[in-house]
Ligand binder design. Structure first.
Ligand code: UD1
Ligand code: CA
Length: 456
């Protein structure tokens, strides 16, 4: 089985944060996760991550999904891979892909194609390369008439070598057995006094082994981030890549300002995404919706023909034809039924709202199950928390909850129940009943005039 080793030991001092660089996020996911996803999509699932600076944060993030090994001191990329030798040794006959954890745009196709070339040519090592207009800082690929001779780091390169535009992406395929033996032969005899993984290429050639280069047409595989400006650039690039994918799939954008869509989001045909809309995680949106402007949806399932305007929803479901917003907050574990209407200044939490029910304005609905075709008046509050425990409200189909009703949970309103405006409902109400709670209204005539006179 093929393996992958991902180097994630670096700090990234210029990020100015106490976090391993591969954990900085691009479109909501750590760069390390992008690299892992590329491996997984190329069917590589035997992965070892080399951690170093703040390695415990890498472990915490991976939560046991993959093996990690620790590089106690940062002595170079070759030294980093040496730490993975125990991981490599249990199966020396396959191939191993070495990758940088801070170059997020390595892709499935590059991984598969380079492996094909690696196997076809029976190489001990195949380095993945690309051409850059400005190769400054990168290792240069030194080619010969019929192959490659080695990789020269920028700091060690002659002026002639520095003019080479083909650079090392930092990703390579090795025959696992050869990798283990080559790692044992590295020295730190160079400008940076580091054990360079790149030296494996010239060592392999000097031993009569075959080495080659796979040149990718996608120069983005090299893109990494040294500081936060670079990271912003990666985010902008990834953001437009995702938007372009949706445009090709028939999603409408008239202006992409402030639109951030994470790469796992799915959007149906003919849906329109308005400015300042952020779609995160496993959000899935149907066809013919209008989403935004000024909206956030995270891990939400949204049906067809939904209007979601100036609203935020988290870990919830919104069914076909619902109309949500503006100024609506839907908190986790909620379900808004088909053709329901949730309007201005409404908060819904951990509640199910039935089909065609209207909560048109100014309400808090928490821990509740509301039936179909219910009308919830303005100012209605489910009093779901008594300071110690949370309780549920159940409201039957066709009920009409008058404005400013307080529903003291636990509480059950039957079917077709009316509550009078301003009522505080403290116990269950049976089907088709009216709950009304009215103090006697006193009208004191001439009061204002008497008060003014007394003041003079
Ligand atoms: C390396 C390559 C260079 C290539 C470039 C691509 C070497 C000697 N040079 O250069 O040819 O063009 O990547 O970006 O390999 N890391 C560790 N432990 C260490 C050192 C590095 O885990 O001791 C990790 C870093 O976190 C990073 C990766 O290895 O993820 C690459 O390290 P970096 O310092 O960026 O390598 P470069 O010197 O830029
Ligand atoms: Ca680098």
């Amino acid at each position: 089985m093929d393996k992958a080793v991902i180097l994630a030991g670096g700090q990234g001092k210029r990020m100015k944060a106490e976090m391993p660089k591969p954990l900085f996020k691009v479109l909501g996911e750590p760069m390390l996760e992008w690299v892992i996803t590329a491996c997984e999509s190329a069917d590589i699932s035997d992965i070892c991550v080399v951690k170093g600076y703040k390695g415990e944060m890498i472990d915490e993030y991976l939560a046991g999904r993959y093996t990690t090994v620790n590089q106690a001191e940062r002595l170079g990329t070759g030294h980093a891979v040496q730490q993975a030798i125990p991981f490599l040794s249990n199966e020396k006959n396959g191939n191993t892909l070495v990758l940088c954890g801070d170059a997020p745009f390595i892709d499935e196709e590059t991984i598969r194609q380079s492996l094909m070339l690696h196997k076809q040519n029976d190489n001990a090592v195949t380095v993945i390369t690309a051409e850059l207009d400005d190769p400054t800082g990168y290792g240069r690929i030194v080619r010969t008439d019929n192959g490659i001779k080695g990789i020269v780091e920028h700091k060690d390169a002659t002026p002639a070598q520095r003019s080479i535009k083909e650079v090392n992406s930092g990703a390579y395929w090795f025959k696992t057995g050869d990798l283990i033996s080559l790692l044992g032969k590295l020295t730190n005899d160079n400008a940076q006094k580091e054990y360079y993984l790149t030296d494996t290429v010239s060592i392999a050639i000097s031993e009569g082994k075959k080495a080659g280069a796979y040149r990718s047409n996608n120069a983005n595989i090299i893109k990494g981030a040294n500081d936060r400006r670079d990271l912003l650039e990666l985010n902008n690039y990834a953001r437009m890549e995702v938007i372009n994918k949706h445009l090709i799939n028939g999603v409408e954008f008239v202006c992409t300002d402030g639109v951030i869509i994470e790469r796992s989001v799915e959007i149906g045909l003919g849906t329109s995404i308005q400015p300042n809309t952020i779609l995160r995680g496993k959000t899935k949106i149907g066809e013919g919706c209008i989403i935004g402007p000024n909206s956030v949806a995270e891990d939400c399932i949204i049906g067809n023909n939904v209007v979601f305007n100036t609203a935020q929803a988290y870990q919830s479901e919104i069914e076909d034809g619902a109309n949500v917003g503006p100024f609506v907050h839907i908190r986790p574990d909620s379900r808004i039924g088909s053709d329901a209407r949730v309007g201005d200044f409404v908060e819904v939490k951990n509640s199910a709202i039935g089909s065609k029910t209207a909560i048109a304005h100014l309400a808090y609905i928490g821990d509740s199950d509301i039936g179909r075709k219910v009308n919830i008046g303005a100012g209605t509050v489910t009093v779901n928390f008594d300071g110690v425990a949370k309780s549920r409200c159940v409201i039957g189909d066709y009920s009409f909850v008058g404005s400013n009703t307080s529903l003291i949970a636990p509480l059950r309103l039957g079917k077709g129940v009316y509550t009078a405006a301003g009522t505080t409902v403290t116990r269950d109400v049976p089907d088709y009943a009216l709950a009304i709670d009215r103090g006697e209204l006193k009208v004191n005539e001439g009061y204002t005039l008497r008060k003014m006179k007394a003041k003079k």
